[in-house]
Each structure stands twice: as C-alpha cells, then as structure tokens.
Design a protein around this ligand. Structure first.
Ligand code: ADP
Ligand code: ZN
Ligand code: ZN
Length: 665
C-alpha cells in the first residue's frame, strides 16, 4: 500500500495518512491536495509509508500530488521540523506558515520568462560597479574574519549607526556570489527593505535579488519563493519570515539590527527569526553575521563567553565624531508642555541655522486618556483593560490594543460636563505645541498614524530628505535605519517610564532606542547633539549613553540578570490562556501547573497570574511562566507537558498558547 504522511495546518500535533497509489520517494517535500473533513486542504508530504497506524479505519486517497513546483528540499523540511519541535507547534502549522499564502493554497504564480542565456560563470559581484570605499582597518578585520570562516560560526558585528556595518555585509555577500553561492539578509522592518534593496542592487547590478516580506502582493511573494528554491535568486532580502526561504546554495546569513524585537513573532508560530537563523546556519554549516549598534544581551553574552566571535567597528565611517549626548535634569524645572528650556533653545538654534531637529516621544496620539475631572469619568475601552487614546487629528478615541474606536464625545457621557480634559502627552500634542511655539517652522509628525501605509511613509521620508521639514516629531518609527543628513539635534522626552517598567527587558529596549534615535543626528559633516530629558539624571543607563558605552551598559545589565536568574542565564516559556472570565483562565493555568509538577524536574513553575493587559477584546487573560537553567531540560519538559495540555479539560471558549523564549511579559 502506498501511503503518504502529510503535514496539514490543523491544530493537532501529528501527520495525516492518505493513500497515494502513484506516490514515489521523489514526492517527499511536494505539496499535495487531500480531502479533509467535508472540504479539501493542501499540505506537504513528509514521509512515505506502507502501513498506517492512524486511528479511524479506512484511509482516504489524496486528490492530487502537485508536481508543478520543485520539491521542497530535506533541509527545508528539517528547518520546519526544528521549529515545530522547538516552538511546540504542529509541523503542518509551521510548513503552512513558512510557505507564501499562494503556494499554501495549492496555487502557483505565473512566472516571469527566464532568460535562456544563463551566465556561464558565477555573477562577478564587483565587475562594472562604481569604485568601492577603502575599508577602514576594523572593517577589513571583520571582512577577513567572515571570509576566513569554514563551517558554522556566528559573528557578532558591533558598531554604531554609520560605522560601516552594511559595507561589511556587502563585501561578505560579494565573496559568496563570487563562489556561486546564495546569501540571505534579514532586516527588522518592511519599511527598511526598499532602501536596502536599492543599495544592494546598486552594488550588485548583475545579481538576481529577491525580497520577501508580508507586505508584498501574493504572486510576487510566491514567485520570489520559487526563485529562491530553484537557486535563481542569489540574494534574498527580507523581514523575519524570509528566514524560511528555501535556498539550496545558501552560504551566508546576515541578521541586521539583530536585537530588534520584531524578529520575534507575537502570534501563531511564535518564533524568533534571529534564533532560527542561527540554527539554520549551524544546520548548513555556514557563517552567520549578527549586526547591531546595541546587540541583544543574549548575543552579547554569547560573544563574551566565546560562543560567538565579537567584531567591533568602533568608529563612524563618515562623520568625524559621535553626537554629543547631554542629560537635561528636569526635576527642578517647570516644563513648557513637556519641553525643557534647553531643548527649546536647541530647537530655536537649529531653526536659525536651517538645520533639522527631531523630538522623540514613543507614544502616539494626542493624549493617553481623556478625563472628566468633576465626576471621575475616563475614556476606557469597553473590550480591554486599557484606556482609549485621544486622537485629536481626526477627533477619535482609539484603543491601541484592539483597534476599537469612537468619536470624541462632546460632553461627559456620565455627567454631561463639557469641559473634558486630555491627560498626558502623545506625539500629536507635541506637534501642536511645537507649531504654536515655532510658528515659522515646518513641523512634521511621523508615527504609525501619519505613516500608516508604506506609500505615506515613503512620502514623509522624501519630504525629510528634501529638507522640507524643520522639526520632526516622532516615535521609534523614526529611529530605524534612515539617514537624515540635515538632522543635528535629537531631543528625547518621556523616556523615564521605561526605567522602572515591570518588564525586565525594558531598560535594554530603551537603551537601544535612544542609541538608535541619537544615531540619526549628525551623520554628514554636521555635528550632532542629543538631549535627553529626565528626572533621573544619574541613572547608569543615561550615564552609559553619555559615554556611548554600550559595553558598560550591557555588562551592568547582565550582572543584574545573573543575580536575578533572568535570561540569558535561564530559559523561559510562557503559557497564556484567555477566556470569558479571569477565573476560567487562571483555573486552566492552575490545572496546567498541576500536570506539570510531576514532569518538572529541574524546572521552576511560577504561579498563574493575570497578564499585564488583563483584558483584550473582551477576553480575560492569564499567564504561567516556566523557567529552567538548562535549555535541553526545558525543551524536554515542554514536549511532555504539551501532550498533557492538548488533552486537558477546558471550558468552552478558552484558548491557550505556549510562547517559548517570550519577549513580552
Ligand atoms: P552602518 O550600516 O553601520 O550604519 P554603513 O555601512 O551604512 O554603516 O556606512 C555608513 C556610511 O559610510 C555609508 O554612506 C557608507 O557608504 C559609508 N562608508 C562605509 N564604509 C566606508 C569606508 N570604509 N570609507 C568611506 N565610506 C564608508
Ligand atoms: Zn480595546
Ligand atoms: Zn463627568
């Protein structure tokens, strides 16, 4: 009997057997359409078998094995199997996620005509390109180190914005293309891919470059996948999902801004593309370069302990100096709409000189809440345990968690008072204050509201580059990977909140953000200045920023984490549950905890607690943290625990998921 074992995207952690009379060994890794329930599904053939142990009697027969696309190679299947194991997710859910939607549905894109004249030699990356900059000594060392790697090796390229990391990546890619290999480069944001694509395309005009991100049209994404699979794509650039691009001659992986939280997916398959990329490099026995101005503490720890090789780029390639960072003590100052005299003066100076400034506030909207002081009413989301944020620009109240929105009421819904007051400050409020204060200045706000589509975002960037804005007001959106040649002043306001946040990773994120946003200033030949407003001027985090001393900051943080037993000194997983009531969620987690007790040698089980955002979309949410000093012990425990969780009794409407290496608490 010819039987195929198929990975299907259903929430059951096993394969499904089907009869396939015409199947052969060469069909492993092919897509297959099968009857399932009353409908039909497309999955991937993982194994062949001659007998089935599947419960439920008679096997159904496959509808069709799709042989119109190249087979997904064993290495790709192994990558998916690793993710299924490591993230405790059914294999079918992983393979389905890893395929572009069109291919997942069993379709194929119309392919562009392939030029018949395949170049006989590998693409000579540097031929016909403009003269390359002479590498600085530190860059040369990095390039040589990467070139000298045989087999798996992880290199951590640490260098501030403008220190020439991208130049190092390009040289390393060049070497790979010359050998006829493929290179994969991951970046955190969709918004960064066009810019990078331009730079890569300019360097390698003859190379076939493919982009991969979730913003692409279905057919284009599927086409890129097939070009990578068939080995035609030489360079793949993309966001986290690009880590799943099949590349038969992959010889180098680069993860730029490797510390960025967006490499971790927060729903469905909760994978970290950086970690998966490292696993993939090990699997293929190739080098991986992780680059950042502020490496994640995990990666920095690996580099300090010798598992990764640290490569430092201590100098900027173009601008002479790093921006001067100054701490503005706001404890004794009466701020004007949140801005200190020093920052206002700095803004005025830049206006006088025709230079650009940026005020960084990581909170969008006009004000975090609208309130009625006489009766105590505040704008709250009906579905979440969160306030509705006031957006004056379009007169709406919005929940930033679930998307609920309503018109701004004319009067208090409880008592009829018409004098409702906005409390706190967001980017819109800063913007209107700056417009009032500097009437001749062109103020431009950049956040997820004003740059809601890639098109709007590109238009805003063009305005900034054309010098059509004097003062930029923005969230961290502005911090990532853009050169603003006229920008010489960055002011950071409202940063203190992150110093004392409940999440132990908040300081790490704040440091990275401030370094990054500061790095926007003073790139060309204009020196930059960064002013940080704070009520904690002596805080070590700010002091390290003044010194541009990431290493000092990282060591201090790692010391704290070692003492507290937090990652990277321990390994964690989070079980989360959501239900109609908090009692139901916590009861489920308590039951899950009891089943864990018997299995949990070497595992710390914490108590189930409500999540920080307790209610989201009317569901009450709880979480249970499990932790171990050993990753293998945690992995072994999770595998056994999951089997029990799948059969645990639960009330109707309850949903749960496991998040391995959670980033959010
Ligand atoms: P990063 O990726 O670290 O931000 P880049 O590689 O983008 O840095 O380099 C910053 C700028 O300096 C770019 O304009 C780049 O072309 C230029 N650059 C990089 N390396 C050199 C070099 N060795 N000599 C001259 N210019 C360089
Ligand atoms: Zn809400
Ligand atoms: Zn009221």
């Amino acid at each position: 009997m010819n039987i195929v074992r198929v990975a299907l995207d259903v929430p059951v952690p096993r394969l499904f057997d089907y009869l396939a009379p015409d199947s052969a060994e060469s069909d492993i890794g092919r897509r297959v359409t099968v009857p399932f329930g009353t409908g039909s599904r497309t999955g991937i053939i993982i194994e062949l078998a001659t007998a089935s142990e599947q419960p439920g009697g008679k096997l159904k027969t496959v509808t069709a094995i799709l042989r119109d696309m190249s087979v997904l190679p064993p290495q790709w299947l192994a990558l998916c199997e690793f993710c299924a194991r490591y993230y405790q997710t059914p294999l079918g859910a992983v393979t389905s996620f890893a395929l572009p939607p069109m291919l997942r549905r069993g379709k194929l894109p119309r392919m562009k005509k392939v030029a018949v004249a395949v170049p006989s030699a590998p693409t000579p990356g540097t031929v016909g390109t403009p003269a390359l900059p002479r590498l600085m000594a530190a860059q040369q060392i990095a390039v040589d180190a990467i070139a000298g790697v045989a087999g798996f090796h992880a290199l951590l390229l640490h260098g501030v914005t403008g220190s020439g990391k991208t130049e190092v990546y390009l040289r390393a890619i060049d070497a790979v293309l010359t050998r006829g290999g493929q290179a994969l480069m991951l970046v955190p944001e969709i918004a960064l891919t066009p810019q990078l694509e331009g730079r890569v395309a300019a360097r390698f005009p003859a190379a076939h470059i493919v982009c991969a991100n979730s913003g692409m049209a279905d057919a284009a994404r599927a086409r890129g996948f097939i070009e990578a699979l068939d080995g035609r794509a030489e360079i793949v650039l993309g966001t986290r999902l690009a880590v799943f691009m099949p590349m038969p001659r992959l010889q180098l992986i680069i993860v730029d801004e490797e510390h960025d939280a967006s490499f971790k997916q927060q729903e469905g398959l909760r994978y970290s593309a950086r970690d998966v990329a490292v696993w993939r490099a090990r699997q293929l026995n190739i080098p991986i370069v992780l680059g950042s101005a502020t490496p994640s503490l995990e990666s920095f720890h690996h580099a300090s302990s010798g598992r990764y090789q640290m490569l430092e780029l201590p100098q900027r390639a173009v601008a002479e100096a790093m921006p001067v960072v100054r701490i503005i003590d706001t404890r004794r100052e009466k701020l004007q709409e949140g801005l200190s005299a020093a920052l206002l003066k700095g803004l005025q100076q830049r206006l006088d000189r025709g230079e650009q400034s940026l005020v960084f506030l990581n909170r969008r909207g006009y004000a975090p809440v609208l309130a009625c002081p006489p009766c105590g009413w505040i704008s709250r989301c009906q579905r979440c345990a969160a306030n509705l944020v006031l957006h004056l620009a379009d007169q709406r109240l919005r929940c930033h968690h679930c998307g609920f929105e309503a018109r701004v009421p004319r009067a208090c819904p409880d008592c009829g008072n018409v004098d409702l007051l906005p409390f706190g400050r967001g980017t819109q409020r800063l913007e209107s204050m700056l417009v009032e204060r500097f009437p001749d200045a062109r103020v431009l706000r950049i956040d997820r509201d004003s740059a809601s589509t890639p098109k709007k975002w590109q238009a805003l960037l063009a305005l900034i580059h054309a010098g059509a804005a004097d003062i930029l007001v923005g969230t961290q959106m502005l911090a990532k990977g853009h050169d603003f040649p006229l920008l010489t002043l960055v002011g950071a306001v409202g940063a203190d909140a992150a110093l004392f946040a409940a999440d132990f990773r908040a300081p790490e994120r704040l440091f990275a953000q401030l370094m990054q946003v500061g790095g926007r200033s003073g790139r060309a030949d204009l020196p930059g200045e960064v002013l940080i407003q704070t009520e904690y001027p002596d805080h070590p985090l700010y002091q390290a920023l003044v010194e541009h001393d990431y290493v000092r900051f990282a060591r201090a943080q790692l010391d704290e984490r070692r003492i507290a037993g937090f990652p990277p000194f321990s390994f964690q997983a989070m079980l989360r549950a959501e239900a109609r009531t908090m009692e139901q969620s916590l009861a489920f987690l308590a039951a899950a905890r009891s089943t864990a007790e018997a299995l949990a040698a070497g595992i710390t089980l914490y108590d189930p607690v409500p999540m920080r955002l307790q209610r989201l979309m009317t569901l009450e949410r709880g979480q249970l943290l499990v932790e171990s000093l050993s990753r293998p012990a945690l992995q072994a425990f999770l595998a056994k625990w999951m089997e029990q969780l799948y059969v645990l009794k639960m009330p109707g409407g309850l949903r749960w998921h496991l998040d391995v290496d959670p980033l959010e608490f």
